[in-house]
Ligand binder design. Sequence first.
Ligand code: SAM
Length: 261
Amino acid sequence: MIHNPMNTLTTSCTKARYPAVLALLIQLCSLFMVLTLAKQTSITLSLLEWGSLQGFLAGILSLLLRQPVWWIPIHLFFSPLLLLALTLDISPSWYLLAFSVLLLIYGKTFRTRVPLYLSSRDVNIELTKLLPRDTTFSFVDLGSGCGGLLKNLANSHKNGRFHGIETAPLPFLISYLRNRAFGSPLTLTWGDFWQHDFSDYDIVYAYLSPVPMETLWQKVSEEMRPGSLFISNTFIIPGVQPYKSIKLNDFSNSTLFIWKI
Ligand SMILES: C[S@@+](CC[C@H](N)C(=O)[O-])C[C@H]1O[C@@H](n2cnc3c(N)ncnc32)[C@H](O)[C@@H]1O
């Protein structure tokens, strides 16, 4: 078999351990190309046009290096939007505020590789149907975000004990304040679910990303009790068939995959 170094490069980029570092390298590389072009040719473009060209080249590089597809619009629009924002007379405090808010929500994504997005209304409804009505049970949401899913389930199932673990400070604070305000019967922990023992729970729910699923399955298999359920929204465990899957017709085409331990 002929070894193609480009295949090796693209495969390792797809699985890049630090995608943000790769994105930064792509931005710098395309900036270097545009600066070289601007210096060595007589083409005259406006700053915004040069910025757009840089974004275009970064988008192509991202595509060639097989970064996940959602990186492409980020690369395409990063420089043009930055240049446009600089032409507006916006106080630097707003940039600082926006940066701080993003940091408090997504700052740890660099390590966890799991950004914040919320379970859909259909997922809430389906889980409400799935949870037991006539027996007591315990449920944990791994990465509980702003706590909306837990609040709904806790309100509809008074026979359940609900717990959420969230690592991002701002979503955790929102869920905490929301819980204080509405007094839902649930408990919340600010922390890392990898440090928690899953054997306390009858049902473990996760809506994460493809990255942690294999390692998560090892933890689930080691710690969860026989007969308990592990439910993953959207993300499969490679090579492990779920006992049941429920396809939903929501905006993100969610599927609930259920494994019986
Ligand atoms: C896709 S969101 C899901 C939010 C919520 N569970 C829902 O279904 O609406 C995933 C959340 O998991 C959190 N998260 C990722 N890794 C985590 C970890 N190791 N410990 C605790 N939370 C984590 C992220 O901060 C993010 O808020």
